[in-house]
Design a protein around this ligand. Structure first.
Ligand code: HEM
Length: 436
């Protein structure tokens, strides 16, 4: 803990003005049990640099909640580094084993070079074919669900779109996709409720063990695939990565595997949660849905508001690399600074009526994809997926409603729902359209 931390403690204590208690943002239960809107507003107004104190066995960390501070920190890869982890789980462990090899946790020259390789393999030109697959699949699945009256949207559609997309990008065979999906779901968040319905510390430890096993299984799976592709290269991203080098040195199998892992982890759950949130939000706001259905809002504009609203990654983080100052506080090397999109994307200093879901919002300087040198390399693909979902909904249904409770995932990193039962009202003239 730093010298100045205690002064910031207690502002939100049990007797504090907001009555929300001292919230621990490192604890997944905090997000399951509280609506944090008022808390974030209070932090933005009164404690823009807040200290989340250490708890049993966990280090304390700084919390940034204002849009401007988050953007400035993302931009600054001199005073802040990603190489000791970029999310709380790794930052709190003191580092990421993939540092210097996996794009998201690499900085400096190697990051720049590795990013050029990944940008090339994820460029709109290379993705043209993948984007077409996304369109065809999404329209087919939405059409089928509308014709059958409804579906468990999370399970039957939102789970399939991103995994199929990334699998076709990486050349993962059809028969392995279900298996990989079960692993990616377990790797980052725990979407299962505990057996007795009460979350205990034992449940939390169990779920972290499951997550770690899932992460290892994904790595082992890709080790096998890389070996196969070395023998028989194809047109897929894995083969392209195998053929790439940095400063004349070819990427090793481990480099390739870690970056495949990064694509699958980065691109699956984030997009899935955004699509589920999109349906959940639109079902609850028929007025916004009708504006979109009538063609009053451009698809790209709507996609950005869906992303701002969902903010599926609640935070990312950095470690202080060099002593620096923020809001009059000296941050010391090694300290953890967390950047909360969940708050930045609702900052009234940047967004008019931030608590309103306005599909026509422009400008929309949301930070769902981060900012600066580590800005999401998959943003184009993610936007394609959300746009195709919105377009298929617009073409094939007149409206939809949620038919049962949606279960929240449990995580301090991701937010959203694991289930979403919906009923669709068919748009008969749209359904008659011959598939383009
Ligand atoms: C980076 C969010 C989809 C791959 C990031 C970052 C954010 C983000 C906030 C910055 C992390 C940091 O600064 O530490 C999202 C969201 C998505 C999404 C909200 C969907 C709605 C995707 C997809 C892919 C992907 C589809 C891959 C196909 C990556 C990778 C990075 C990254 C590899 C690291 C970039 C770097 O460090 O230079 N993403 N992402 N993401 N994302 Fe995404």
């Amino acid at each position: 803990m730093t010298m100045n931390a205690p002064a910031l403690d207690g502002v939100y204590g049990p007797d504090g003005p907001f009555g929300v208690g001292t919230l621990d943002l490192g604890d997944p239960a905090t997000f399951a049990e509280h609506d944090l809107d008022a808390y974030w507003r209070a932090l933005r107004d009164s404690a823009p640099l807040h200290w989340n104190p250490p708890t049993a066995g966990r280090r304390g960390f700084w919390v940034l909640s204002r849009h401007e501070d988050i953007i400035d920190t993302y931009r600054d890869n001199v005073n802040f580094t990603s190489e000791r982890g970029n999310v709380l789980v790794t930052l709190l462990e003191g580092g990421d084993a993939a540092a210097g090899r996996m794009l998201a946790v690499t900085d400096g020259h190697r990051h720049h070079e590795l990013r050029k390789i990944l940008q090339r393999v994820l460029s709109p030109r290379v993705l043209d074919e993948v984007a077409r697959t996304v369109r065809v699949n999404t329209r087919r699945w939405i059409r089928e669900a509308v014709e059958s009256g409804g579906c468990e949207f999370a399970e039957e559609i939102a789970s399939r779109i991103p995994m199929t997309t990334i699998s076709s990008l990486l050349g993962v065979p059809e028969e392995d996709r279900e298996y990989l999906l079960s692993l990616t779901k377990a790797a980052l968040s725990a979407d299962e409720e505990s057996d007795d319905g009460v979350d205990s510390e034992v449940d939390a430890v169990d779920s972290e063990v499951d997550s770690e096993m899932a992460r290892n299984e994904i790595l082992m799976y890709f080790m096998d695939v890389v070996e196969e592709r070395r023998e028989a290269p194809g047109e897929d991203v894995i083969s392209m990565l195998i053929a790439s080098s940095i400063d004349g040195v070819p990427l090793t199998d481990e480099d390739v595997v870690l970056n495949c892992y990064s694509l699958i982890i980065g691109g699956d759950e984030t997009s899935r949660l955004t699509m589920i949130d999109c349906l959940h939000t639109l079902a609850a706001r028929p007025g916004e849905w009708q504006r979109f259905k009538r063609g009053e809002v451009a698809v790209g504009t709507a996609v950005d508001e869906v992303l701002r609203w969902a903010s599926p990654t609640m935070h990312f983080g950095r470690s202080v690399a060099r002593e620096t100052e923020l809001h009059g506080v000296r941050l010391r090397p090694g300290e953890i600074v967390t950047l909360w999109h969940a708050s930045g994307n609702r900052d009234e200093r940047v967004f008019a009526r931030p608590g309103e879901f306005d599909l026509g919002r422009t400008p929309n300087k949301h930070m769902a994809f981060g900012y600066g040198p580590h800005f999401c390399v998959g943003s184009y693909l993610a936007k394609v997926e959300i746009a195709e979902l919105l377009t298929a909904l617009r073409d094939f249904t007149t409206g939809f409603e949620q038919t049962g409770p949606a279960r929240r995932i449990r995580s301090n990193f991701l937010t959203g729902f694991a289930t979403m039962p919906v009923r669709f009202h068919p748009d008969h003239s749209g359904l008659k359209e011959v598939e383009r």
